[in-house]
Design a protein around this ligand. Structure first.
Ligand code: GDP
Ligand code: GDP
Length: 471
């Protein structure tokens, strides 16, 4: 795939002075459309998931359904809905089940998202299903952007004119595969996405916690324990978004807001549509939180989806605490083996220092530690490194392990500072950002972490070009 879109993105963001790394994630954009039009290709491009699987087979569910996209200083959640085409349901009941599930997911995504991108394939033209989906979207009351994908080869016929039939205005013709005009599509998105809710990140004293995880792992049970354990200040208060209800408790004198507990309490029924519904809701809750309690079922072992949920929270700049629930169901010999806990931690090693708490929400065991740990992670996340200390640390790190030469040139770190952002971010002013190799960035990050912690939180490193002082 051509890196063109990514490069354009960076250049434009810089020109405008916006820094995508510094803003909180706000807003949900869903990519909707029938199978095979290129939804997941676009998703991968915009979230930078170059290595995610794109399958030729229509109707297969995706590994990753949501990610963070950045454009011109705005960060938002992007959701890849699976196909909507009932005609593509094969005879195999397993796949049929899957397809029905994903159709439902797409409908729910339409309901929950702030904006939908309807994607169609300009090479095949408009199908009956495209028209059905367009009708659903037009009546949904949400902004819709029409993207005509696969407009990348003049050798292929275009049916762009047909797209007007969908009643969604001018289509944006793009190539998700090569990145052509995806920047213009993103401009359209920003124009129509409701403005970021800056206020959400600003309340200081309160600890805001989201409980997230797959269905049935024990989120509601944990919530009940937490509320039972602590003095409930207000059993339910209206959140800022539609239907959201927060629960506020007092934890050793600190106010803790459990964000959108209505979304959690709605669990209990196990079905695919509910699953996606809850995930979208969880993302919304996450936007308003400092820390995510990622609940997993330790008796089942860690599955990919658990990792994705935690990865998403970390990507969004939130603190993460892994709650290994249902510990009572883990066989005694495994519980006694420290390897078991190490393995769970290793599954989440992309969030450095993430705490893992073993727990039985059913028996109410070890629940008291949960909010203490969440508080510790939140406090770590709020760490502000004094600039002088940071610069001294970076100078020493560079001196003890200088960066390697790259095409005859060497990286120079001129100055470092922590950005004023709720998502821990270190800005390095360097002679040339291209010279900052990923592994060297990691090295500097680890040196900073060794002194300043940030356990359970992603520490973003951003390189900016700065002219070297005259010798
Ligand atoms: P989805 O089912 O809508 O998510 O579609 P995918 O993203 O899985 O893409 C389906 C197929 O179309 C894959 O083989 C992609 O490589 C291909 N594809 C996606 N975008 C483009 C594009 O812009 N141009 C061309 N030529 N092919 C594309
Ligand atoms: P949610 O969908 O994540 O909110 O999960 P629930 O809290 O509804 O729990 C799903 C099921 O797991 C229920 O039957 C719970 O009683 C059970 N459960 C929850 N926590 C535990 C636990 O720690 N141990 C055991 N054995 N069962 C649990």
């Amino acid at each position: 795939m051509s890196p063109a879109a990514g490069m354009v993105r960076t250049r434009r963001a810089r020109r405008r002075g916006g820094d995508p790394s510094l803003s909180p994630v706000s807003g949900i954009v869903a990519i909707v459309g029938r199978p095979n039009v290129g939804k997941s290709t676009l998703f991968n491009r915009l979230t930078g998931q170059r290595h995610a699987i794109v399958d030729e087979t229509a109707g297969l569910t995706r590994d990753r359904l949501y990610g963070v996209a950045e454009w011109r200083g705005r960060r938002f959640t992007l959701v890849d809905t699976a196909g909507l085409d009932p005609a593509l349901v094969p005879d195999d009941p397993g796949i049929a089940e899957l397809t029905r599930g994903t159709q439902e997911q797409a409908r729910l995504a339409i309901e929950e998202a702030d904006l939908c991108i309807l994607m169609v394939d300009v090479r095949t033209g408009v199908t009956g299903l495209d028209e059905d989906v367009a009708r659903i979207l037009r009546s949904g009351g949400k902004p819709v952007i029409l993207a005509g994908n696969k407009a990348d080869s003049s050798a292929d016929p275009y049916y762009a004119h047909e797209l007007y039939r969908l009643g969604l205005g001018d289509p944006r013709l793009i190539s998700a595969l090569s990145g052509t005009d995806t920047g213009d599509l993103l401009d359209d998105v920003l124009e129509r996405l409701p403005p970021a809710d800056g206020a959400a990140e600003e309340r200081v004293d309160e600890l805001r916690v989201a409980i997230i995880g797959r269905p049935n792992v024990g989120k509601s049970s944990l919530l009940n324990c937490l509320v039972g354990e602590e003095r409930a200040l207000v059993s339910s208060v209206a959140g800022t978004t539609r239907d959201a209800v927060d629960t506020v408790v007092d934890h050793h004198g600190r106010q803790v807001r459990l964000v959108d507990t209505a979304g959690i309490r709605r669990r209990g029924v196990v079905s695919t549509d509910i699953e996606h519904y809850s995930l979208l809701r969880a993302m919304r809750a996450l936007e308003r939180s400092d820390v995510a309690l990622v609940v997993v079922d330790s008796s089942e072992g860690i599955v990919a989806q658990d990792r994705h949920i935690a990865g998403y929270a970390a990507e969004a700049g939130k603190g993460v605490v892994v709650i290994a629930n249902k510990w009572d169901l883990v066989p005694q010999e495994d519980r006694a083996d420290p390897e078991t806990l190490t393995k769970i931690g290793a599954a989440f090693d992309f969030v450095p220092g993430v705490p893992v708490l073993t727990l039985s929400a059913l028996q109410g065991r070890n629940v008291a530690k949960v909010l203490d740990t969440a508080e510790a992670v939140a406090d770590g996340r709020a760490t502000r490194i004094p600039t002088s200390a940071l610069n001294q640390l970076v100078r020493e790190a560079v001196a003890s392990h200088p960066p390697a030469m790259h095409r005859g040139r060497r990286l120079k770190v001129l100055y470092a500072t922590q950005a004023s952002s709720p998502n821990p971010t270190v800005v390095l002013f360097v002679n040339d950002p291209e010279l900052l190799h990923f592994s060297y960035e990691r090295y500097l990050e680890n040196r900073i972490r060794a002194v300043f912690g940030f356990a359970g939180v992603r520490l973003r490193m951003v390189a900016r070009r700065r002219a070297e002082p005259e010798a």
